[in-house]
Write a protein that binds this ligand. Structure first.
Ligand code: SF4
Length: 335
């Protein structure tokens, strides 16, 4: 079996994206980093105080609204054409996974340019410049070996995995409900805690950043799904970006298709394979899908359009899925 490689570049069927400048990516919803050491030196030399350290990494300093200090009125980047613009900005919202077939291009779904409106089919040639490092070489985010963990003690070779995966992705693409495709109950038991405790911890995250507001919504979802009353009116500080997305998207999307698209990319990018077997990934995605449905219903009840409600819900569940506490929790679930 061949080793992981980056070429050819591969795009998942059904993936669509074009940057419409909605502006979410220039906020702390993607932590504005990490900024590498050489990039930090270049930024600080030209713009003293433009970086800071958070969550153990160097990031661009955000202003009081959570937006990057370089983000100008009108949504333009003040250093868009400057050499010191960090790679993380060039790369967002893409990621690249080396597999035995080639480099799989993935996309973040918390960006409304990914989820809302009429978006062109993702084109590898167009994306490729964003995936290069400072020396012009393709740079991967992770490598997946030929051996894929499916359940505790069970692995599939790459070709067999890819065939099984194609069936699941095809069912999602055909419009089957994500719960039927994932076929795994949400919120399985885990050692040393309960889901309501997780919900309370998330709901009490009061750090002054948009990411924390997303955690609060995630906490509300877990509490609401367990029958606890949740007070309405939780702020949605990313609304400015979704206002812009809705204004450029006169034709609403199907929220079910948006949820399925997110699940399909989560499978396709294989991030789950670094956390545990596919059985665990099914339960984890089922859990976040249930949370997304709860959040979307809540936002829709506030008067938002259904596709926008789902897009905002996907932002929340994608962000919570990136956090270390979430990863630690799933390490305690028996797959
Ligand atoms: S440097 Fe520019 S592209 Fe990067 S986050 Fe700031 S405003 Fe956005």
């Amino acid at each position: 079996m061949s080793r992981p490689r980056l070429r050819p570049l591969l795009v998942r069927e059904g993936a669509r994206f074009a940057c419409s400048g909605d502006g979410l990516c220039c906020t702390d919803a993607h932590l504005l980093g990490p900024v590498r050491a050489a990039e930090r030196r270049a930024l600080e030399a030209r713009h003293p105080g433009s970086t800071t350290r958070t969550e153990g990494m160097v990031v661009l300093r955000a202003g009081p609204t959570g937006a990057c200090g370089f983000l100008e009125a009108g949504g333009r980047c003040a250093i868009h054409h400057a050499p010191e613009k960090p790679r993380t900005c060039h790369r967002y919202p893409f990621l690249l996974v080396a597999t035995p077939d080639g480099g799989r291009i993935g996309t973040d779904h918390r960006c409304p340019c990914r989820t809302m409106g009429a978006r062109p089919v993702l084109d590898a040639a167009t994306v490729e410049p964003s995936l290069r490092d400072a020396r012009g070489r393709l740079e991967s985010d992770r490598h997946v070996d030929a051996d894929v963990p499916m359940a505790l003690g069970v692995h599939l070779d790459w070709v067999s995995y890819r065939a099984a995966e194609a069936v699941l992705l095809g069912r999602l693409q055909a419009g089957e409900r994500v719960e039927a495709v994932l076929a795994s109950p949400p919120m399985p038991p885990f050692e040393g805690g309960g889901w309501e405790d997780v919900g309370r911890d998330l709901a009490e995250d009061d750090r002054p950043m948009r990411w924390s507001r997303a955690n609060q919504w995630a906490g509300d979802a877990l509490l609401g799904l367990h029958g606890h009353p949740v007070a309405p009116g939780r702020p949605r500080p990313w609304s400015d970006a979704f206002d812009r997305a809705q204004a450029r998207s006169p034709v609403p999307r199907d929220p079910e298709a948006m949820l399925a698209d997110w699940v399909a990319d989560a499978i396709w990018t294989l991030e789950w394979a670094f956390r545990g077997p596919f059985t665990l990934a099914r339960a984890e995605l089922s859990t976040r899908a249930a949370m997304a449905r709860w959040i979307a219903a809540r936002i829709e009840a506030e008067g938002a359009r259904p596709d926008r409600s789902m897009a905002e819900a996907l932002l929340v569940v994608e962000l919570v899925g990136l956090s270390d506490p979430w990863a630690d929790l799933w390490a305690r679930v028996r797959a």
